[in-house]
Design a protein. Structure first.
Lengths: 364, 289
């Protein structure tokens, strides 16, 4: 009998219904609200916004809810929404020096103008499960507040720049290309590389930057500065001709200081690696900064010996939505290709068997 | 189209469609050349037909009748999903009949029934670069195409002949288009390659993930690579389709029990059904006579 190998419209509809049911889980447990995700899983929301390239915590939380907590699926949902949005302009470059600092640390200077602020971080927590959270009782926390106004916090790398110890920040006056609207061609310019990395999969970039620090690359960085806080987004509407603030977003920025031994034309000086992410995703900002610097190997005249320094290798494979799509497409039917391969393998085996048979006869 | 409210006709906005149509025009003007285009993110995953969908969305009009196949069949889940997408976002008529379709979006097959001039066949392409597995860098392969430097592919095919006695590529078998560009026919079985040659229908290829579009205009020469002493040949089956009896179509192998019994049936479901209908009509006529 002919086996039903092919799906149908009903199968798809039923699969969707089943998925909705599984997402909801046990109905005796209260349904999770989007507001709860937005407020209580903010780091998940930040990752979805960063890789989804949309700053909208509510939509990112919705995507997480709809995706049953799967970050890659949630990023995909947000991207597919983003692609339909109209583009009405480019903002002015963000002035992160004017950031309302919530956290600021430097791995290069013990003290610096504006000081260091530890802020909210998991860094010095002991990773012990807190069973009080399991009891779900609200724990009142005692917060020490400080009403002193923030001091100006100049960027650490600009302090080095004053002495000429670090390369000046590369100037990019031209309007950057939008990699979601134009195909990338290689070698890609810095703005394109940075866009790609910021949208890139956090796990992939983390592992690549780890490799680049472990010998598969020439990375000897110092975390010059990491800062998190809120920044104003300004736009110049054509009809006004001056900037107005259109949004206030949370951002994490990382500037790495890397060695550079100089070349025939350039004196020895430090070089920069820059990274940024939406929200408080410090890991992402750091890995972007590490990979951005690793990919500058060619322009700085360093040997390109490892995949971590290879633009085409890194940039073509950062995107989690693409990577996930292509890997998961193996779930689609390949009956026809497979049948072609079966036919070929059977033919080759038959020919080998025939040939072996003939040789045996000849030997006898 | 309740769920598609708030979206443009066929999902993509008109600016994007215009950009894609420009890329298609360029592709038609330079047969077999991969035109980079600003591929958009689609609500389906990459590798699931986003390139084909963007091409379809850009050329489809309200009068079109769309057919979508995957592995030659209209009822495979992804084909259903894409057909529904356009039924929902464009509200166009869909069909399973090859003869009635104005647009056919396909993954992995060319229909058995010869296509007519005026029809458009849109291929979903995962990897558009025929030289990709020889040279992974796009910056290099683009140069190779520009210089028509295709020796490496002939060497690869020759190595197959030396090792196996045959060219061992059975699908996505490289072709030369109009004597100039080497092209991936997408992962169709090489059985289908001869159908591409001088096909009266327009053939468009969309690779969404790789952001490339290419085309073969109607009646263009498409030649599968081979050697004088190892001419191109297609798959053959010993049996014929166990449903319609066809001995000249591409057959799917279906395993029917756990003892390894199997049967072969047409991969092109519409072709199989059409032949069956003709046969039963002929039988009825005979009975009537």
């Amino acid at each position: 009998m002919y086996v039903a190998v092919k799906g149908g419209e009903r199968a798809i509809d039923n699969a969707h219904a089943l998925l909705a049911e599984r997402r909801r889980g046990d109905r005796k447990v209260t349904e999770l609200s989007v507001a709860q995700i937005q407020n209580q899983l903010p780091l998940a929301v930040d990752r979805v916004m960063t890789e989804g390239s949309v700053y909208d915590p509510e939509l990112a939380a919705l995507a997480l809810k709809q995706a049953s907590g799967d970050a890659v699926e949630a990023i995909f949902l947000l991207r597919a929404y983003r692609t339909t949005l109209p583009r009405f302009g480019y903002s002015e470059p963000l002035d992160t020096e004017a950031m309302q600092i919530e956290r600021r640390i430097s791995g290069t200077f013990k003290d610096l103008p504006g000081g260091q602020t530890l802020g909210a971080t998991y860094d010095y927590t002991h990773r012990l499960l807190d069973f009080k959270l399991l009891a779900e009782g609200e724990q009142p926390t005692e917060l020490e507040t400080d009403d002193r106004p923030l001091e100006p916090c100049p960027r650490v790398l600009e302090l080095l720049n004053k002495e000429g110890l670090i390369e000046p920040s590369p100037k990019a006056d031209a309007r950057p290309r939008d990699i979601t609207r134009e195909p990338v061609d290689y070698p890609a310019e810095r703005a394109v590389r940075l866009q790609n990395l910021v949208r890139g999969d956090e796990g992939f970039l983390l592992s690549l930057s780890y490799a680049s620090m472990r010998g598969y690359g020439d990375s000897h960085p110092f975390a010059g500065e990491i800062r998190s806080g809120r920044v104003a987004v300004e736009l110049v509407p054509e009809e006004l001709g001056f900037p107005i603030v259109v949004a206030d977003i949370a951002l994490t920025e990382c500037e790495m200081v890397n060695q550079f031994h100089g070349s025939k034309t350039e004196p020895a000086q430090f070089t920069r690696g820059y990274g940024v992410s939406f929200g408080y995703n410090e890991r992402k900002a750091m890995t972007v900064a590490l990979m951005e610097r690793a990919l500058r190997a060619e322009e700085l005249g360093e040997a390109v010996n490892y995949p971590t320094q290879d633009q085409e290798f890194v940039l073509s494979h950062t995107d989690c939505v693409s990577a996930n799509g292509f890997v998961s497409h193996l779930k689609l039917p390949h009956y026809v290709d497979f049948q072609s391969e079966l036919e070929m393998i059977r033919r080759l085996r038959r020919e080998t068997a025939e040939r072996d048979g003939q040789t045996e006869e000849a030997e006898v | 189209m309740s769920q598609a409210d708030g979206y443009n006709f066929a999902y993509l906005d008109e600016q994007t469609k215009r950009m894609i149509r420009r890329a298609i025009l360029k592709a038609v003007a330079i047969p077999g050349y991969q035109v980079p285009f600003g591929g958009r993110e689609m609500p389906l995953p990459h590798g699931w037909g986003t390139g084909g969908m963007q091409v379809t969305a850009s050329v489809i009009g309200t009068d079109d009748r769309l057919k979508v196949i995957d592995q030659g069949a209209d009822d495979t889940t992804n084909a259903i999903s894409i057909r529904r997408f356009f039924a929902r976002t464009a509200g166009v008529e869909t069909t399973e009949k090859t003869a009635d379709a104005t647009l056919i979006q396909t993954r992995h097959r060319i229909p058995e029934r010869p296509l007519k001039n005026g029809q458009i066949l849109i291929y979903q392409v995962p990897v558009p670069e025929p030289l990709r597995f020889i040279e992974p860098r796009d910056s290099e392969t683009r140069k190779m195409h520009a210089l028509r430097e295709y020796g490496a592919m002939q060497v690869k095919l020759y190595e197959d002949v030396a090792r196996f006695g045959h060219i061992a590529t059975s699908y996505d078998y490289p072709v030369m288009v109009n004597g100039r560009y080497m092209m991936c026919p997408s992962p169709i079985p090489k059985f289908d390659n001869p159908k591409m040659d001088r096909m009266p229908a327009l053939q468009l290829f969309g690779a969404g993930f790789e952001k490339r579009i290419y085309a073969v205009p109607p009646y263009t020469e498409v030649k599968s690579l081979d050697f004088d002493d190892h001419p191109f040949e297609v798959q053959q089956w010993e049996g014929s389709c166990e449903i319609c009896g066809s001995d000249h179509s591409f057959l799917d192998e279906v395993i029917t029990d756990d003892a390894g019994s199997k049967m072969f049936v047409c991969s092109d479901t519409d072709y199989c059904r059409e032949r069956l209908a003709e046969q039963s009509a002929a039988t009825t006529e005979e009975v009537a006579l």
